[in-house]
Design a protein around this ligand. Structure first.
Ligand SMILES: [Fe+2]
Length: 347
């Protein structure tokens, strides 16, 4: 078995591949690591054939939908999942065949109703059902402490104690454990009585994960995160540095139109000398009047360099083939001590 564990902050993803046949499955992929997964698979001579989520994640952005689009592969989840882009719905006791490997599904509801663990040889990918020194929480959508008790005590913890545990999360840099070790050391597994376990789970008082709303929205729809939209836009436009722009302004580069895409009040409070105002919200509707010559070089700028990236990408889509974005924004421009002009746009 070819095995790679790829951590993104506290999230753990796993590439599990069959050496003999060169195919692999990716378990709990995270969106920011997409290129890393593809590179790792390529380095091992593996082709990823399945994207698998152990459950609907509320705390990170799943790359499953994107991988499915990009590689034309199925997204596998437990059939209790409400995720519409799942193309391989799995039931308890079923297996995914990855070359000569068998990934066996254990439905383990509790953290979420669609939680499952995957058993591959002596390794158990536990999702958020069993963590190292912890368990998944049960206070997020579809969580159920009673169900988690059953999943743990009647399923997972009955496996061979030597079974290696690979969770979907670890925030302390640990990469693996075993069932035996968790039975012995895991503080959440010391209350072996059902009522005590449920009461403990109900009284954890955990803070909500950051980005929970966006994560659930994306993971339940296959839609794109804000970061993804920005990354996609950034991939389609060239950038110009602050220093290059300053030098061009100083030598009065007539070829360049600096387009400030912020709102009017921000523009009037301070803009790059000679910049033309066209708020992003009005870009498409006013572009024909504001920018009559599509062959000109147009440099979009905003406060932080994000909206301007979207604006430059939109301009390129509309046929302004020399649209570029400022690498940075007005905040960095001001901090660099570069010249600022104030007031309304001169006619
Ligand atoms: Fe989770």
């Amino acid at each position: 078995m070819i095995f790679e564990q790829i951590a993104t902050e506290g999230c753990q993803s796993y590439l599990v591949g069959c050496e003999e046949t060169g195919v692999a499955a990716l378990i709990d992929p995270e969106i920011r690591q997409l290129d890393h997964y593809l590179g790792t698979a390529a380095r091992h001579g593996l082709r990823i054939r399945y994207a698998i989520d152990t459950h609907t994640h509320a705390d990170h952005f799943s790359a499953a939908a994107q991988l499915a689009r990009q590689l034309n592969i199925p997204v596998a989840m437990h059939r209790a999942s409400r995720v519409p882009f799942v193309t391989l719905a799995l039931g308890d006791g079923e297996m995914i065949v990855v070359g000569n490997l068998r990934l066996q599904v254990l439905h383990t509801p509790g953290h979420t109703a669609d939680s499952m663990c995957l058993l591959v040889e002596d390794r158990l990918f536990t999702g958020d059902t069993l963590l190292i020194g912890g368990t998944g929480r049960t206070d997020l959508p579809t969580g159920d402490a009673e169900a988690l008790y059953d999943s743990l005590y009647n399923r997972v913890l009955r496996l061979d104690p030597a079974t290696k545990v690979f969770p979907a999360h670890d925030y302390k840099g640990r990469s693996r454990s075993t069932i035996g070790q968790e039975l012995k050391d895991n503080p959440r597994l010391q209350a072996r009585d059902r009522a005590a376990f449920v009461e403990m789970m109900h009284n954890l008082n955990l803070t909500m994960p950051t980005h929970i709303t966006e994560a659930l929205r994306i993971n339940l729809s296959g839609g794109k995160s804000v970061a993804q939209l920005l990354a996609e836009a950034a991939a389609t436009v060239p950038f110009m540095s602050l220093a290059e722009l300053k030098a061009r302004i100083e030598r009065a580069d007539d070829d360049l139109i600096v387009l400030d895409v912020r709102e009017r009040d921000a523009y009037e409070a301070g803009h790059i000398p000679g910049a033309q105002l066209l708020p992003r919200g009005q870009l498409e509707l006013r572009v024909n009047d504001a920018l009559p010559d599509p062959t000109r070089r147009i440099l979009a700028c905003c406060d932080f360099g994000r909206i301007s990236t979207l604006a430059a990408a939109t301009l390129r889509q509309m046929g302004f083939q020399r649209a570029v974005a400022l690498d940075g924004g007005m905040k960095a421009w001001r901090e660099a001590g570069y010249p600022i002009e104030r007031g309304a746009q001169s006619a």
